[in-house]
Design a protein around this ligand. Structure first.
Ligand code: URA
Length: 427
């Protein structure tokens, strides 16, 4: 087999044969297919697409590139969720302990942020002492003892995806439905969960900007899951404005703890509870009262044990940025738009995210949101507080907010308000 033949097949708009897919994914993982050849193939797939059978085979080849895990000996069902990523999306933090408080296992193998969307592991590293890396044995032990783990996926899980994702990131080939669907589902299937709830984000702050492409991505992933024996359901949820009132690592941990303490912003509570109900329904608990578990401290109790199990101090002080600056309304009226992408890029520029995989993040950097779309503001009223340790970053962050905030003096109250983050459910 020859990489150039495989590239040419896709470049010319033909479907890849099973043996071509198996060979190219395996040879790339072993370093036999060069990065530039895989870059060309990824671009050909990006431009030409793949049919369903090709996506299924590609996903299986990525699973077969590494180890698979099994939780069958745990003695309790496993249920997992995956979000395609957004701005202020800290839902995994309150969700995993909430669901585990119902006696099921929640293995959340999570990632780091790249670009304007944050990463769950970066957020948790704001907690003093907390470590993302656990061995497979520790993972199983924590699932047994506590019920929830949020940790880095081991190097052995879908290594083809690890290489390919890094390559896609630098070749503008991330936002392709076949490549995203196979990337996400290869990891989830290899991880061995029995049920999966997908949160597919739609809007300016998401990979998928419109409902139609998000729907196609969600259906593709639901089919891949079902075909692999994983009970899978997807929700399409709004990401046109940020989720909650905090964006940035330590700030998002603070907001998650508020939710676990029975408070927090309405949209974060709504999304946490709807996803929790779905995750539990998929493993036979359709009537779980998840709101009660937030109110009465059961979810908080699991959170504290989950953080401590990975070396973290749940009472430890979260880092606070050395510098803050306020963004105020330039006129009175209704805040009709707070654009998720603009806020995400601003937070990233403040230091909350990384430009290259090896870059460090500033744990305290980010943005606090004081006013939500639909609310009325006075001229000069505080809309956002920017946080950073490096004040030279304020200017770039403010530039990225230009055009992302609309205050309309003539708009009626509630114009632009988001009544619910839920758009559709796909199963
Ligand atoms: N998340 C992933 O794991 N893979 C993608 O391709 C996109 C988002």
């Amino acid at each position: 087999m020859d990489a150039t033949d495989v590239i040419r097949t896709k470049r010319d708009g033909h479907r890849l044969r099973d043996d071509q897919i198996d060979w190219v994914v395996d040879a790339y993982t072993r370093g036999e297919v060069a990065e530039e050849q895989m870059a060309a193939l990824a671009m050909a797939i990006f431009l030409r697409g793949m049919d369903h059978a090709e996506i299924v085979r590609w996903t299986q080849a990525m699973i077969d590139s590494g180890e698979t895990m099994s939780f069958t000996d745990l003695g309790k069902p496993t249920t997992d969720k995956h979000s395609t990523g957004g701005v202020g999306d800290k839902i995994t933090l309150p969700l995993a302990p909430l669901v585990a408080s119902f006696g099921v296992a929640v293995p959340q193998l999570s990632g780091r942020g790249l670009g304007h969307t944050g990463g769950t592991l970066d957020k948790l590293e704001a907690i003093p002492g907390w470590r993302a890396d656990v061995t497979n044995e520790q993972l199983i032990q924590i699932l047994r003892d506590v019920g929830a783990v949020i940790c880095a996926a081991g190097a052995g899980l879908a290594p083809a995806d690890k290489k390919l994702y890094a390559l896609r990131d630098i070749t503008s080939t991330v936002d392709s439905i076949p490549l995203i669907a196979s990337s996400i589902m290869s990891k989830k299937i290899a991880e061995g969960t029995s049920a999966l709830t997908l949160d597919v984000k739609v809007g300016s702050g998401a990979f998928m900007k419109d409902l139609e492409t998000a729907r196609e991505l969600a259906s593709t992933m639901v089919c891949l899951g079902r075909d692999a024996g994983v009970a899978t359901v997807a929700f399409l949820t709004d990401m046109s404005s940020p989720l909650g009132r905090c964006v940035g690592n330590a700030l998002e941990v603070r907001e998650s703890v508020e939710v676990l303490a029975g408070g927090g912003p309405r949209d974060v509570i709504e999304l946490t509870c709807v996803l929790a109900r779905q995750m539990l329904a998929l493993v036979g608990q359709p009537d779980a009262d998840v709101e009660a578990a937030l109110r009465d401290g059961r979810a908080m109790d699991v959170w504290r044990r989950m953080i401590a199990a990975q070396g973290g101090d749940p009472d430890g002080p979260l880092p606070v940025a050395a510098h803050t600056q306020e963004v105020v309304a330039d006129r009175g009226g209704v805040l009709t738009r707070l654009d998720a992408l603009a806020v995400g890029v601003a937070s990233w520029r403040l230091g909350a995210g990384r430009a290259r995989r090896q870059d460090p993040v500033q744990l305290a950097a980010g943005i606090e949101i004081h006013v939500e779309p639909g609310e009325r503001v006075q001229a000069g009223q505080r809309l956002l507080t920017l946080h950073t340790d490096t004040p030279e970053r304020f200017e770039g962050a403010r530039e990225s907010l230009d055009g992302g905030i609309d205050v309309d003096p003539d708009a009626a109250d509630r114009t632009g308000a988001r009544e619910s983050v839920f758009l559709e459910r796909i199963e």
